[in-house]
Ligand binder design. Structure first.
Ligand code: BV8
Length: 286
């Protein structure tokens, strides 16, 4: 039965090489909205429409308000037991590698060893230069707000109130580029979020390292956690890593055993509650 936890535990106990591909659903119960679900709207914009170089070129202030709000939200929540379970799996299982599409820093804050975590789409807390010819980058910048012009994204919200910034009826003042942070190296580009936008290439060296890991030996388990699996190349890794004996294990609110192939598993529910139970034979009780 592909939703039988005891059967999965038997596979887990024999597993030497485990890959995880994580998405926004993993951070949902920490309180961060998912990318496409009901929480995927920001003001009246689809999140995906703001996550592009074109959107930033057109209105960097608006895109920065979107990302500043997400930085502020991420800093205001905590890792959940799903993040902790994956971090403990990494600490107990050197053959485990976690690929995350999430740009929050909840894996790191759960203690996930850096060497076993790959941020496929970058991080809200990396800043880089918008000038493609400039290689300036800053890691782990948690300034909140990043600059005075972006303070509305970090405004405290009274209980029961809605942040004015999020109210589509509230007209936003245009933020001139002069009020946005500029690259300290080339001085011509703007600082931009260190995330991978739609239409942008992922980090080639990181991808080469992931491919090398996958081809370094058979992968026993691929955990596909809290992702709609619509964004490529991230969504392609589960099948790329699959070999004859691989079990692909879907953990999702809407996981569906009818889509399972022989040896696969599907567990429907909240990743934050399911992962500690699924990984208990290796990580013990959280
Ligand atoms: C690339 C960072 C080569 C930014 C993100 C046309 C032109 C150019 C490219 C393309 C094109 N057409 C297609 C492409 C490729 C494109 C793509 O895949 N598009 C999709 C939309 C079709 N990919 C790219 O552009 C990539 N680059 O291909 O370069 C290239 C270059 C030029 C031209 C051609 C090719 C770059 C993709 C990276 C985009 N950046 N994020 C930011 O975050 O702002 S992607 C974004 O989506 C987030 O990272 C997010 O993580 C990711 C995937 O979404 P999910 O994480 O899955 O979240 P979602 O809300 O969708 O789903 C949540 C899931 O959780 C649901 O299933 C839900 O049921 C579940 N869930 C909810 N709660 C829980 C839960 N599960 C468990 N427990 C819960 N409690």
């Amino acid at each position: 039965m592909s939703s039988d936890i005891a059967a999965f535990h038997a596979v887990l106990r024999r597993a030497k090489r485990i890959l995880a591909v994580c998405g926004a659903g993993l951070s949902a119960s920490s309180g961060l909205p998912t990318f496409r679900g009901a929480g995927g709207l920001w003001r009246n914009y689809e999140s995906t429409s703001l996550a592009t170089p074109q959107a930033f070129a057109r209105d960097p202030g608006l895109v920065w308000l979107f990302y500043s709000y997400r930085r502020h939200m991420a800093l205001g929540v905590s890792p959940n037991d799903g993040h902790l379970a994956l971090a403990k799996l990494a600490a107990s299982q050197p053959g485990f590698l976690c690929l995350t599409q999430n740009v929050d820093n909840l894996h790191e804050r759960a203690g996930h060893p850096e060497g076993q975590l790959r941020h496929l789409h970058g991080s809200l807390f990396d800043l880089k230069c918008s000038n493609a010819r400039c290689d300036w980058i800053e890691h782990n910048n948690q300034a909140d707000p990043l600059c005075p012009a972006l303070a509305p994204a970090s405004a405290p919200v009274q209980a029961g109130q809605k942040l004015r910034l999020l109210d589509p009826a509230h007209k936003l003042d245009h933020i001139p580029e002069s009020e946005l942070p500029h690259c300290p190296k080339c001085r011509t580009g703007l600082k931009r979020p260190g995330v991978v936008w739609f239409g942008e290439q992922l980090d080639h060296r990181m991808l080469a390292g992931v491919d090398a890991w996958i081809h370094d030996g058979p992968v026993d388990i691929v955990l596909v956690v809290g992702t709609s699996s619509v964004v490529y190349p991230a969504a392609g890794y589960a099948e790329l890593a699959r070999s004859a004996g691989t079990s692909v294990v879907t953990v999702n609110l809407d996981a569906d055993t009818s889509e399972c192939r022989q040896g696969d598993f599907a567990f429907a529910g909240d990743a934050a509650s399911l992962l500690p139970e699924l990984l208990e034979p290796v990580i013990g009780k959280l």
